[in-house]
Every structure is written in C-alpha cells, then in structure tokens.
Design a protein around this ligand. Structure first.
Ligand code: GCU
Length: 840
C-alpha cells in the first residue's frame, strides 16, 4: 500500500518543454518534514558505462532535484553505514562478503528495501539495479517515503519498443517529428537524444529498441550503417537498452557490399551463409544486439512464400543465424493478402493470421517469438482479441501494441490507450476450457514457454515532447509498466504518471485522470462504434473520417454497409468462419448474436440498421447518439483543462490546450461526417432530430460571396451541406458576408475551415467592421499538429477555430476575408454562432 504525504509542489511556473517526460525530479516541499535520507550513495560498479554506475548518478541527480539534498557517490562503505546501496546481487556479496537476503530474483528483477538505515537497491543483473533505482526515485518524486521491502520481477523477458524510423530520417506513422536515429541514409552523428530515449525507456523497464522501420531498407546492413548501429548501441547500452533491427527479407539479392545473390530463398545454402556472415559482422560490432524483427510476405514486403517456403522456414533462417549470439527473432504475424475480393462473402482478412500460422505451431526455432498485433486487423479503436494467441501453444508469442496513435487521432486527439489494451490482455480465450488470459499466454505461463512478452510501436521523434503531445506520453509510460506487469491497473499507472509529469496538485490529478480515462470511450464514440472499426480514411492519411474508404477495395477492412444493412458476418454458420477460429466457449459467444457484446456486434454480424442492440437502441440510433455524446464530451476536455491554468507551467498548459481545442473541433467534424454518411446511406432519421439539423450554422456557400466560389467537397460528408467555398484563384482575396439573424446576446463564434498541406492561408472575421479575430491556416505546414496532412478539402484538413464571448446583435454584418496561399485557397465550410452550452 503506497502512502503519499502532503507536499506542496513548487516550480510550477517554470516553462517545461516536455523533454524530461516523467523524469523531471521536480522539487517537493514538504508540509511535514521530509524524513532524512542516507547521506551517501554506494554504487557497486564504477565503470562509467555500466548501468549500476548510471543508477548511482541517476539517484544523485534525482535526489538533488526532488529533495535538494546533494549526496556523494562512493564505491564502497561499511555495511553498517547509512547509505543507498545500488548494485547487482553478485556485486553486493563481493563487496560485503555475504549475500543479501532477498527473495528470488529473475533476470532484470530487483529488490528494494527502504526499511533499514541503509536503502538497498539490488538487481539480479545490472539492468535490474538500474530499474530499482528508478523505482525508488519514482517513489520519492511522488512524495512517497513509506518503508518498503519487496522484490519486483518482470512478467516476461521481452519488453521491446519498435520504432518505424526510415534511414532518410522520416518515420512511418510518426507524429513527433523526424527520427532521432537516422538522417540522409545514415545513423546521425549526435546520439544525445538516443541516449536520453534509452534513459526514459530504462525507467519504464524496456530492454530493447528495434530502431528501424519494419518496412525495412536493406541498406541498413551497409558497412557505414553497421558502424552507426554500433554507435547507437553504445549510446543506449549504459541504460540496459539493447538495439535490435528490422530486416528486409530480400537483402541478399539487394546488391549490397557483402555479395549480391540472385535469390533470397531461405533454404538456399548461399542465402543461409549470407545471413550468418552478416549476423556475425553485426555481433562483432554490437555483441549484445537484441535480435531481429521481420515483416515478411505482408503489404508488399518480400518473404519466404516467394519460394514456396513456409513462414517458419523463413523465420528459422534468421533464428539460426542469431542463435550462436543469443539473439531473438521477432517474427510478425501481420501476414495477409491485401487484394481480397469483397464480392466473396466468405473472404476475410481477419482470418489471415490463424490461416497462415496455425499449421506451423511447433515448427519455429526456440529463439523465435511470433509478434501478434492485439487484434486480427490493424490497431483499430476496438477489435476482438487476435485468436492466434490461442493457436500457438508450442511457439513463443508476444503482443504488439501501438503507442503511436496511427488510427486513433495521431496524438492530436487525446486517447489514453491502456483501457483498450486491457480488453485484450485480460481477455480469457478459454483454451481447452481452462483460464487462458492473453497476458498469461504472452508471458509464457499458460503454455509454459521460455520466451515471450510485448512489443509496442512507439515512434518518438525529435520533438521536445517526444511523441508530439505531452499527454500522449502517458501511453508510453503505461506501456512499459504493462510490459513489466500486464496485470497493472490503467488508472493507477496513469496517476503515477500524472504525479511524476505534473506534480501532486489534487486538481491536476483529478482533471487529467478524468480526461484520460474518458478519452478512449470518447474517441470510440465519435469514430467507429459497435466494432465496425475506426472508420478513418484507410487509403490516405489514417487521420480523419472517411467511412467509404473501408469498402470496395482489396484491403479487407470492410464494413459491408449498404442502404439497409451493415457489418461483417464472421459466423461459421453463414459468414467468413472467423468466429470459429476461437476456442469453443469464445466461438460460441461470438457465433450467436444474442451473446455477442454490443461493442463488437458489427465485427461479427451483418445486421439491419434497425437491429435492436442489448442496450435497447437500434444500431443506427446508437451511431447517432454515440457520435453526439462523444463530441459533447470532447468539448468538456477543453473546459476541464482550462481549470488547470496556473497549476502547471504555461508551456505545457498552452500546448495541451491547443491540442484539446483542436480535438474538440475535429470531434465535431468526425461526428457530422459519420452521422451524415450513415444518415444518407440508410435514410433513417435521427430520433433526436440532430443529424443534418444545424440551427446555429451559417453555411459559407449561402453567404454573399465576392472572390469566393462554392466548392463541392469530396467525400461529401467532410463538409457541412457537402459544400465549402474557395477563393476563385490562388492569388485573389475572397470575401464572404452575411447579416446575422440571431437574438442579441453573447456567443461563441466558431469558424470551420480547411487547413491543407501546401499553403498557409489567412482569414479575418469581423462584425460591423470590428475585427473579432484573425488566424493563419498553418497548423499543418508548420508541423505544429504533426498529424498526417492532406492536400485536399476533406475531413483530415477540416478544422475549427472558436472565438469566445462575442457580442452579437440582430442585424449585425459578419464578414470573413480569406487570403489564399500556395495551393490553399482560403477554404471555408461554415460559421456557427453558439449560445453558451450549445455544440453545433
Ligand atoms: C499498418 C500501417 C503501416 C505498417 C503496417 C505494419 O498497416 O499503416 O504503416 O507498415 O501496419 O504494421 O506493418
């Protein structure tokens, strides 16, 4: 039981860029007295690059920051002296001539004992000692001085992050700026950020980073890059973080310096020795390389199927090369055909992983881990648990999560992910009618596997906030915690992160907890409901809504929506048979619509829009209600956040306010796009009378236009009334004016416009010739928001700006003047004149 003393938090005014994340070591000022700490740190290893030495330095830095006490570091003290001793169990017994009394520790585990005059922080290995030091500092930083003595062991040996960094410095699905590892085809010279990243990762007990994109470039294996990888590994090693790399399966035939084969057949002798030579060369420079990550036969990536070899034969090629060096092969289960035919009722991408892998169970080498995305499709807002976890009983497995919010708002929408992840980690697959929680499968317990664990796609970049958004960092923090202990509670982890990131102010705690815990259900409400998937544009940016992009293509993320029905029939009796991939008890639940939970009903069943859910609502009414509820809640994120002004530093306060304000506006874009799309398709009215009914809006195309012309937006649902306005040329200013016909009063004035890539238009809105506000459409081009950008007027570029408390009288004349820039023709959608409390 943790206890927290009452502390006043100081330092709230100093600007903070976010670079220190949860390792700020901000000063605590005690209302009571701070218990006295030992006056020295004994670090049982003095070599500068050893994690134990780093642990000592970190303790010194942290205690100085948190408590203002400057402790010296020594390498040995008499046992009886009061000190903070940090080291490995072996170093301890060597130094003191007797072993420490601790419960049994596993690799990377630690013992923390604060009960005596000496604080003991002892790791089973160096890394464990460093983890223990971070644990102790986390307690102190949270004002927790309770006396504790406990051992903490990892749930699984593999606790990795994957970066999808390209060698040119870009990051696939990265929203926090360019790579901290690569630029211009090579590893960067200055690796300070890489070692700071390793420090952050060590503090959450992550032990390896795969540094390059799964869509891998063979030139990573060039001599210059191997030298660079060596430097990267050197930069991260002191923090106990190993480097791993993604491989391109066809590298032997990719014309590299090591010899150019004409084949990449995994059973070819030349190919086998090619990989073994390359692997040996890498280990000469990086003796502790963690291993390889391979995406094969997926989304255009080469693989063993080219040569009619099995995926296991492909995986074992690398596993055998890694084996002498102790490396691990993470082999991705994300294998599917991306050109399937929707007119085939039985075709189903969700079936792919089990279809490809189940017959291979037991055929993988023992240093292979099959890395399985949490759901059978692709990081959607809600998916059922991947059934593959139930099929690989003689193969080690790891779950793949995604911290980078590819389909979930790209860090421009707040979505705290652990509650979503827990729907999978805590899911009981009931293999052989026995408890079979996914978290027990990936940690090796359920099927008695020696390896296993977690990987998460993270994609931090050079942005000072790492991920592009301060609040998104809770996802990275909690990922590490869950990789260590997948039974941890999402809210408790969140609250530790809040105290560490923003201090102990109870209002700050309450507000950020409330926002974060509401954020995933809110995002699900205004994106895709009932298991239909996220409904974002899957063919372009993966950011804004575009429900029709799911269907009529080979990607297999189909909704099968027509004017009467929606959903994928994945039953065995009449559909794709996917539900039959689960063990019997789970299969029976999903096969039958009456036992399928509402939140997955459209994943498993094809129904009429008028189908009644367990909740009593129809499917279509649920869509409408959820979208309105979601957007309403997103508006409250802004007002809740505003209650924190002055309670956290201005820099993080303002940057977060900016993002939450954007989210509030974009949630309305989502709400309207999805509600209009299904309203148009089904022809069924919203019982609440809201869809298509906007009493407080003035459509831009209905204003008096001069230099502006109407523009039919595609897809139609991305604009109010399907129409926006654009300047008639890219060099002429446009004016849109209207006489207001609302009762006299004070309103919020919202303007929906489009912020496209390729130009920074400017607008000024005025009432009776008094300027209400001016703004620049530069969120996208400046990279301030960091999401994938669009060059069109669509639901990715659709943005809202709001001017608060504007006095309006009936008969006032409102004018917006737009000045185009680049390819951006100062596009506008509508104006909303909003009385207090109205969301329109
Ligand atoms: C998604 C994502 C791709 C990525 C792929 C993968 O499809 O959009 O960018 O390469 O997943 O996980 O391999």
């Amino acid at each position: 039981m943790l206890s927290f003393s009452l502390f006043l938090y100081v330092g709230s005014v100093a600007a903070e860029s976010g670079i220190d994340a949860w390792l700020r070591y901000a000063p605590l000022h005690s209302a009571n007295s701070i218990p006295s700490l030992p006056s020295r740190i004994v670090s049982l290893n003095t070599s500068v690059n050893d994690p134990v030495h780093i642990a000592g330095v970190e303790l010194q830095k942290g205690i100085s920051g948190i408590l203002g006490q400057n402790l010296s570091i020594t390498s040995h003290e008499a046992d009886s002296d009061s000190s903070i001793v940090v080291g490995t169990l072996i170093e301890y017994s060597n130094a003191y001539g007797h072993s420490a009394k601790t419960p049994s520790l596993e690799a990377d585990g630690f013992w923390l004992n604060t009960t005596g005059p000496t604080v003991q922080i002892l790791g089973q290995n160096e890394r464990g000692a460093l983890y223990g030091a971070f644990e102790y500092l986390s307690m102190l930083a949270q004002g927790n001085f309770s006396k504790v003595a406990y051992a903490s062991n990892p749930s699984a040996p593999v606790r990795w992050v994957n970066q999808w960094d390209n060698l040119d410095g870009s990051i696939e699905r990265g929203y926090g700026g360019p790579s901290i590892f690569f630029e211009n085809g090579l590893v960067v010279d200055n690796l300070d950020r890489a070692s700071e990243y390793a420090r952050l990762l060590a503090s959450i007990r992550i032990n390896a980073v795969v540094v390059n994109n799964v869509n891998a470039n063979a030139s990573l294996l060039s001599p210059a890059n191997l030298e660079g990888l060596g430097r990267l590994a050197d930069a991260m090693r002191p923090y106990g973080v190993q480097v791993g790399i993604s491989l391109n399966f066809a590298s032997p035939a990719a014309n590299l310096t090591y010899g150019n084969l004409t084949t990449f057949d995994p059973l070819d002798k030349g190919v086998i020795s090619w990989w073994s030579n390359v692997t040996d060369a890498i280990y000469r420079r990086v003796p502790d390389m963690a291993g390889y990550l391979v995406k094969a036969d997926s989304e255009g990536q080469p693989g063993p199927l080219t040569y009619n070899r099995t995926l296991a034969q492909g995986a074992n090629l690398f596993a055998n090369a890694l084996k002498p060096h102790g490396g691990i092969l993470m082999f991705r289960a994300f294998v599917y055909n991306d050109q399937i035919n929707e007119s085939d009722w039985k075709a189903d991408r969700a079936n792919a992983a089990v279809d490809f892998f189940k017959g291979l169970d037991g055929e993988f080498a023992d240093n292979v881990i099959v890395q399985i995305k949490y759901g059978p499709i692709d990081f959607q807002v809600r998916e059922p648990t991947s059934p593959l976890f139930a099929h690989l009983q003689n193969t080690s497995t790891a779950i793949e999560l995604e911290v980078t919010q590819e389909y979930l708002g790209q860090q421009c929408h707040l979505v705290y992910l652990p509650p979503l992840w827990k729907t999978v980690l805590d899911f009981d697959l009931r293999v052989d009618h026995k408890p079979s929680l996914v978290r027990d499968i990936i940690t090796g317990k359920r099927f008695n596997r020696p390896l296993g664990g977690s990987a998460a796609v993270v994609n931090v970049g050079t942005n000072q906030t790492w991920l592009g958004s301060h609040l998104s960092m809770s996802n990275l923090y909690a990922y590490g915690r869950l990789a260590w202990n997948p039974a941890d509670d999402p809210e408790a982890m969140l609250q530790d992160w809040i105290r560490l990131t923003f201090g102990p102010d109870p209002t700050v705690m309450k507000t950020i907890t409330s926002l974060s815990m509401a954020s995933w259900p809110t995002y699900e409400n205004y994106s895709g409901n009932l298991g239909i998937q996220t409904l974002t544009d899957i063919l372009y940016t993966h950011f804004g809504p575009n429900p029709q992009s799911q269907d009529n293509n080979g990607w297999g993320q189909w909704t099968r929506a027509d004017h009467k029905t929606i959903g994928m029939d994945r039953t065995v009796s009449n559909g794709t048979g996917y539900s039959g991939q689960y063990p019997a008890e789970v299969a029976a639940m999903y096969e039958n619509i009456s036992t399928t939970p509402d939140n997955l009903v459209l994943w498993f069943h094809h129904v009429n829009y008028t189908h009644k859910l367990h909740s009593g609502k129809t499917v279509i009414q649920h869509f409408y209600d959820a979208h309105y509820e979601g957007a309403d809640v997103a508006q409250t994120f802004v007002t809740q956040w505003e209650g924190l002004q002055g309670k956290i530093d201005e820099e993080r306060y303002n940057e977060t306010l900016f993002r939450l304000t954007f989210q509030a506006g974009h949630s309305i874009v989502w709400r309207d796009a999805i509600a209009n799309f299904y309203h148009n398709l089904s022809g069924i009215a919203d019982a609440g009378g809201r869809v298509g009914n906007h009493p407080w809006r003035i459509q831009a195309e209905s204003m008096t236009l001069d230099g502006y012309v109407p523009y039919a937006v595609s897809p139609f649902e991305a604009a109010s009334n399907a129409t926006g306005i654009v300047t008639s040329s890219n060099s002429t200013t446009g004016t849109a004016s209207t006489t207001l016909n609302f009762p006299n009063g004070t309103y919020d004035l919202a303007v929906n416009y489009f912020d496209m890539m390729g130009g920074n238009s400017s607008w000024t809105v005025s009432i009776n010739n008094h300027t209400v506000g001016s703004w620049l459409g530069d969120n996208v081009d400046s990279g301030r928001l960091g999401h994938a950008a669009s060059v069109y007027l669509d639901a990715h570029s659709a943005t809202r700006i709001t001017f608060r408390n504007v006095t309006i009288a009936k008969g006032d004349v409102l004018i917006i003047v737009g000045t185009p820039d680049g390819i951006e023709p100062a596009p506008l959608d509508y104006i909303a004149i909003l009385p207090k409390g109205v969301v329109d």
